[in-house]
Design a protein around this ligand. Sequence first.
Ligand code: NAP
Length: 456
Amino acid sequence: MTESFPLRVAVVGSGPAGFYAAGALLSAKQGIEVDLIERLPTPWGLVRLGVAPDHPNIKAVSRAFEKIAAQDGFRFLGNLDVGAHVTHAELAERYDAVIYSCGAQTDRRMGIAGEDLPGSWPATAFVAWYNGHPDFADLEFDLSGERAVVIGNGNVAVDVARMLCLTKAELEITDTADGAIDAIVGCGLEEILMLGRRGPVQAAFTTPELQELGEMAGADILVDPADLVLDDASAVALEEGGAIPKRNVELLNEYAARAPHGHPRALRLRFLVSPVAILGDGKVEAIEVVKNVLVQGDDGQIRAVATEERETIPCSIVFRSVGYQGVPIEGVPFDDRGAVMPNDGGRVLDPSGAPVPGLYCAGWIKRGPSGVIGTNKKDATETVEILLADAAEGRIPRRAAEAKPIDELAAARGHRIVTYAGWEAIDAAEKAAAASTSRPRVKLTRWPDLLAAAGA
Ligand code: NAP
């Protein structure tokens, strides 16, 4: 042990990156103390509130987080918002190092006309709502129309489209928020239309997710074979690309050749179309799209370029699923263009490009909103290795010994923190509520209920 240990580290944001960072710090076996600070009363970030409820196997990664939380030196400080209840400066005074792992908390904007019409939603809001996020519990999605449009070709778009297609039997074994189950089961949707601006070779979704779309109990998958005719550059990209686009294109061809089963809903995938406007008188009534062609630039990238050909498609609700976006924290450097904290391997950099001593980042706020849950393990471990090297080499300033701990500071301001025991009480209450059902839990979706269950 060097003289710079034991360290006290605050990790802000308790999603996968935050838990993996905490785990890597505790595994260093240097007596490090970790406070995992979370804005919500519940941990796990997108594992609880982003991963689709019909994917329990992916959600099961929370068991690994529970093992991290059980280690000596770990504390969970929930219901504590850095920026609202305490400041970054107050954290920096109390901890030797702060790691931000606060993810990408909002949606990317498209910048098209009608984007803010009632009925045009960021997919991020819909995902948060069906997962029971307490900030989204009061949203009302009007699913009474015949067609919903999902913009984007990533795995979030696939999740949203699939969730809209699930049957009662598929939903009632999940922890989907109660209101969302009722709304999806009782909805009038006949077609869910997913729009990709580029072609099938460039789609961002992965093969298992695409495969599931062909196995839905209550919805047919429809693909127009004409959309699968590849331009030369895409054909080469497919030949030279990895296994994912090849398998995706194989599956899409299989779907295009299928005769529909006649299920009550249909999920239609279209490619090479970009929304240019969302139309309607006071609410969404249609979406105008332009047909694209693909053009390969000098950098080798294959981009969508609009043609003159336009089409208006009637619809009653639109979900814009074009990516999440990071938001700044006051007092912490932020790169507005990339919507990340500027960093070198996780060391946060000031505007001159120099590392800010003791300030680090991990996960989506470090690299942008990409990759699967496991990607965050490597990412957070890289940050922690750099932090430990900085500590060992005396590059981290030691905290002021006398400052009141952050939880006591918040308490002195009359703010109530939810501890790990409080979260365990919420967890137990949710599981108890599901005891007579086939659901893993019935989520508490409102702030007062969560705080009451936490006993805080
Ligand atoms: P994503 O994978 O980056 O996909 C974003 C999609 O939006 C792309 O198809 C992109 O098309 C499209 N897009 C961007 N701007 C657009 C515009 N102006 N008009 C039309 N389309 C536009 O993002 P995501 O779906 O939000 O997912 C975030 C990350 O979470 C991804 O790494 C994803 O794999 C992961 N995730 C994984 C799972 C899972 O494993 N089951 C589930 C959910 C999410 P271009 O390619 O043309 O830019």
